[in-house]
Write a protein that binds this ligand. Sequence first.
Ligand SMILES: Cc1cc2nc3c(=O)[nH]c(=O)nc-3n(C[C@H](O)[C@H](O)[C@H](O)COP(=O)(O)OP(=O)(O)OC[C@H]3O[C@@H](n4cnc5c(N)ncnc54)[C@H](O)[C@@H]3O)c2cc1C
Length: 342
Amino acid sequence: MVFIPNTFGLTIQADRLISWPAQAGQFNAKQNYLVVGSGSNLLFTDTHFNGQIIQVDNQTFNIRETDTHYEVTLGAGLNWHQTVKRLVEAGVNGLENLALIPGTVGAAPIQNIGAYGVEFSQVCDSVTGFDIKSGNIKQLSATECKFAYRESIFKHALKDTFIITEVILKLPKNWQANIQYGPLKSLNNPTAGEVFERVCQIRQEKLPDPVKLGNAGSFFKNPVISQAEFERLKVQDTQLPHYPQDDGSIKLAAGYLIDKAGLKGLRYRQAEVHQQQALVLVNLGEAIADDMIQLAAHVRQKVYDKYQVRLTPEVRFIGANGEVDAESLLEQHASTGLSRNS
Ligand SMILES: Cc1cc2nc3c(=O)[nH]c(=O)nc-3n(C[C@H](O)[C@H](O)[C@H](O)COP(=O)(O)OP(=O)(O)OC[C@H]3O[C@@H](n4cnc5c(N)ncnc54)[C@H](O)[C@@H]3O)c2cc1C
């Protein structure tokens, strides 16, 4: 038995841990398996995973220079934040807005991590991995990865069948700071190091540290709705923050909706809607998966009751035998009867 790392701080066991590629020979594709980085985007709904946990240990860190770009090859086992820091310190800029996102390099393409106006897709050149179905190593171009907001091919056509071992990033030498996002706007002609420091500072002020208070960052995605739906909601809430998208749809801030539904600080057993950041659900110390699920289901239902907008979890739910449909599970648990001191 082994323990599975997860930033919710839940105690979860699995049958076996396989370090990839060192122990690849022990992998049995006919049995259940799950690739795990740091478990910072996972909610385990059971206390046990019946199968093998694969952890990629590739620590490659290589910078190649062309006239116009830096081409950076990174092993999937590297820690994301330490890698961003190392690159900024080496004068290779472009990832500074993505500082302090927990997790590994190998997980970054899965949900196309993003923060402060930058997404992984903007710097990705290609993703390499082991295709379990064919048994071959494959390299996918950024276009083939089909990146979108918190989306990629690895959540769809290649879901659970592709072990990412390496990514190649392409970062232009004529770097320009991306300070469009509100709290970064006050920076005046900053260096990448200054953007990095400010992002770290804001995140430390705003987000609970999973080491102290178990969580997986944003529990829900920001909902994207149609213009017509937005027109309806605008009448109901004139202050509603909204972000028009290129395709005419409108992105809303899930944290705002949760806050306005009066849920900030709501506690259910050992789970809580974070006091400062309503989009984050935290483990107060002794939570079990059911506490997190019941609270999330309640939050989702209350937001729907107020705004008729269905929140979709950003966190992935993993059951005893593999991923479970998070939306269906929350739908089943939807209740309105939680009390603040349950
Ligand atoms: C405090 C906090 C803040 C956060 N802030 C942000 C944020 O600002 N923006 C953001 O986008 N995310 C954020 N997250 C979510 C999380 O950090 C990212 O999703 C991160 O990429 C997950 O990395 P991980 O290594 O922990 O992956 P895990 O949680 O272990 O896995 C996530 C998914 O990726 C798959 N996976 C992992 N590694 C591989 C691999 N090598 N090959 C194939 N599949 C793999 C897993 O099977 C799983 O489906 C935050 C989380 C926390 C706890």
